[in-house]
Ligand binder design. Structure first.
Ligand SMILES: O=c1[nH]cc([C@@H]2O[C@H](COP(=O)(O)OP(=O)(O)OP(=O)(O)O)[C@@H](O)[C@H]2O)c(=O)[nH]1
Length: 660
């Protein structure tokens, strides 16, 4: 690669940067590229769960950003660019994709997650080559790649974190930091391309241009000239405004180049021929169109990389403008997901209840008929359920079984996905089956009376079971009136504490406390997590007589002595009046320096989980979820002057309040 010839290949062309990022603009300007900036309107809301790896999500987002601009410009700007460049930067840590923080709390969550750890920064770049044909229609060719850089953060103290957040720098940056500015102070080392972290992998981009403009793959077969989307040149060619390229006489000649090979600006990608002798254009043009519509349908992106995709049989009528309005498509997709949310929950609950995940743990690779037989269920229903589980990422569908019932070796078999192995198998240490059962049996029926709950502002047990539940005997009447109900509730609380416990125990350094008492601690699983994290801490569980030996009523009985009181998912069950009564009792039991650890889901105005959980509390109890500042206020009123909040990215957040 020689530098100047690479960039100079673009001179005289209308190059468009489909990005609002000032960093990308600066990086490309610094190397003498002349271009226009047209920020993309594509909303970065692709469903991440549909992608097998984080970089695939970034690549698809970059492709959509670039394509949106390439398509909009001829209509809105009345000019056709020659080349459109789109990019997307993401940070990956602990299996999570971090984008730009939505607010300070989000920036805090991101940066505290990155603290002391190595993470990965991936920038994907998509290059769309646009070519206006003689008949005014436009062909689009796409090539994309991604670059990954590892970054290690130093341990960040709370003060440092907040100082950095208050500088305002994190807000428009992937992962919540800018390595090129103040954020550079947080970084211990990087491995890879620095500019890639900043938002544009310049070196790789130049190599890509070199591949496009300085190499002529015409003599190669597709298999040689087309490299995977991770790598480089792709030959996806789309003609979104017409299917006329399919009927072009040039394409029907298996030995001619594709019709967009038109003078020196035509990319070699357009000249790619397939081994079978057909022009790659026939299939790949539809491959891209097909891939886009699949993507907007929420399916996994079908890479247009030279793979022979069967031609679409029902085609769009000629002359109908092919308009993909990404904004509306995203909105529609979101509404459809929300409308279907209840079906997805019920699929999860039903498959869990039928023990599909336990079955596939012990016997992975079963065909649908074998699953149906083992569940003693209908074949038709089981197959529908299994496919729904696959679509929701709970199961994986694989080809080829060697099972007795399989008709051919190519039959579809099912296995648990990683998510199912972790959370849906009953023997997993982080199994959520107990909580799922509670949601299905108790919460689900209540939610069908949401409208009444909203109108009346109270729980809906009377409508579901004919029982009137009041504050006087909430737990006894609701969860502990029969052994089966009591055990179900205990299993639910146990499974949540099992999953959230380690994050709760380590949200703050609690090593200075010697004795703790978990008020309403149920099966003791949170107590167990605390004792595990702090070997010097002795933890007592205090709950109703029907639940534990160290029993008592939180409101009526004397609390055991302790340095640290834990109230995990207790306060959200109660009205403000009862919360005051309880905090006043805890405060009375505390000496100066001792503390209370409140473990609750904190409303923050952004996440849907706490907001939906608050509705759930309305339906079930007399309580609600509260914000961090509401808890701070409540605790301060009871003499806990020093109140700190930690978000765990789990079911619950943690508030530590120290008695004055
Ligand atoms: O160290 C740094 N890391 C990241 C950045 C900047 O972060 C953003 C990443 O966001 P995205 O890829 O979505 O790009 P946008 O800014 O939203 O612009 P688009 O219009 O292209 O979507 C990017 O600006 C990086 O430069 C940083 O500055 N330092």
């Amino acid at each position: 690669m020689v530098l100047n010839p690479v960039i100079s290949k673009l001179s005289g062309k209308l190059v468009v940067l489909a990005s609002a990022s000032p960093r990308r603009l600066e990086i490309l300007t610094n190397v003498g590229l002349r271009f226009e900036v047209v920020p993309s309107w594509f909303k970065e809301t692709l469903d991440k769960s549909l992608f097998k790896a984080p970089h695939e999500y970034a690549v698809e987002t970059a492709r959509q950003k670039a394509l949106e601009v390439a398509r909009r410009m001829p209509f809105k700007h009345l000019k056709t660019p020659d080349i459109v460049i789109g990019a997307d930067t993401i940070v990956t840590v602990d299996g999570l994709i971090l984008e730009k923080p939505v607010d300070k709390a989000d920036a805090y969550r991101m940066l505290s997650r990155l603290s002391g750890k190595e993470h990965s920064v991936c920038t994907a770049v998509a290059i769309v080559l646009c070519h206006q044909q003689e008949n005014e229609e436009i062909d689009y060719q796409m090539t994309d790649f991604y670059e990954e850089t590892k970054v290690k953060f130093a341990d960040l103290s709370e003060t440092m974190l907040w100082e950095y957040i208050d500088s305002g720098e994190p807000m428009d940056k992937a992962g919540g930091y800018g390595i090129q500015a103040l954020g550079g102070m947080l970084v211990e080392y990087i491995q890879g391309d620095f500019l890639n972290v900043v938002g544009f992998p310049l070196n790789r981009f130049c190599k890509q241009l070199d591949l496009i403009y300085n190499h002529d793959p015409v003599s190669n077969d597709v298999e040689h000239s087309v490299i995977s989307s991770n790598g480089s040149l792709t030959n996806s060619i789309a003609n979104p405004s017409s299917n006329s390229s399919l009927s072009s006489p040039t394409t029907s000649n298996p030995h001619t180049d594709s019709p967009i090979q038109n003078g020196p600006s035509a990319s070699p990608a357009s000249k790619v021929k397939r081994k079978d002798g057909q022009s790659a254009l026939d299939d790949s043009s539809w491959a891209l169109v097909n891939s886009l519509s699949k993507c907007s349908e929420g399916q996994e992106n079908v890479s247009a990389v030279g793979s022979p995709v069967p031609p679409v049989t029902s085609r769009r009528p000629m002359n109908l403008p092919y308009v993909v309005d990404n904004v509306h498509t995203d909105d529609l997709k979101r509404v459809m997901e929300l409308m279907d949310g209840f079906k997805a929950s019920k699929v999860l609950f039903t498959a869990s209840k039928l023990r599909v995940f336990d079955l596939l743990e012990t016997r992975p690779g079963l065909v649908g008929a074998e699953v149906a037989q083992a569940l003693e269920a209908s074949l038709k229903g089981t197959e529908c359920l299994l496919e729904a589980c696959v679509s929701l990422g709970l199961l994986e569908r694989k080809q080829g079984g060697s099972s007795l019932l399989s008709i051919s070796h190519q039959e579809v078999v099912y296995e648990n996905s990683r998510l199912a192995q972790r959370f849906l198998q009953s023997d997993s240490p982080s199994s959520l089956l107990g909580y799922m059962e509670h949601c299905d049996e108790l919460v689900w029926p209540l939610f069908s009376h949401l409208e009444s709950a909203v109108r009346e502002g109270t729980n809906q047990h009377a409508k579901v079971s004919g029982k009137t539940i009041t504050t006087n005997n909430l737990f006894q009447d609701l969860y502990y009136f029969r052994d089966a109900q009591k055990l179900q509730f205990m299993r639910a609380m146990h499974s949540i504490a099992g999953v959230a416990g380690p994050a709760v125990a380590t949200a703050f350094d609690l090593s200075r406390f010697k004795t703790a008492c978990d008020l309403g601690g149920c099966t003791g699983s949170m107590a167990h997590e605390l004792a595990k994290a702090y070997p010097g801490l002795s933890v007592t569980v205090f709950d109703l007589p029907s639940v534990v030996e160290m029993s008592g009523d939180l409101f009526k009985d004397k609390l055991p002595k302790a340095d640290l009181y834990i109230l995990a998912r207790v306060l959200h069950d109660w009205t403000d009046e009862k919360v005051h009564a309880l905090l006043s009792k805890v405060s009375d039991a505390c000496t100066p320096g001792s503390a209370v650890l409140v473990v609750e889901t904190l409303l923050d105005g952004t996440r849907s989980y706490p907001a939906l959980q608050s509705l759930s509390m309305l339906m079930q109890t007399m309580g609600k979820e509260r914000t961090g500042s509401q808890y701070t206020q409540l605790l301060r009123q009871h003499g806990f002057g020093d109140v700190r909040i930690a978000h765990t990215w789990n079911f619950v957040d943690v508030v530590l309040a120290i008695k004055n």
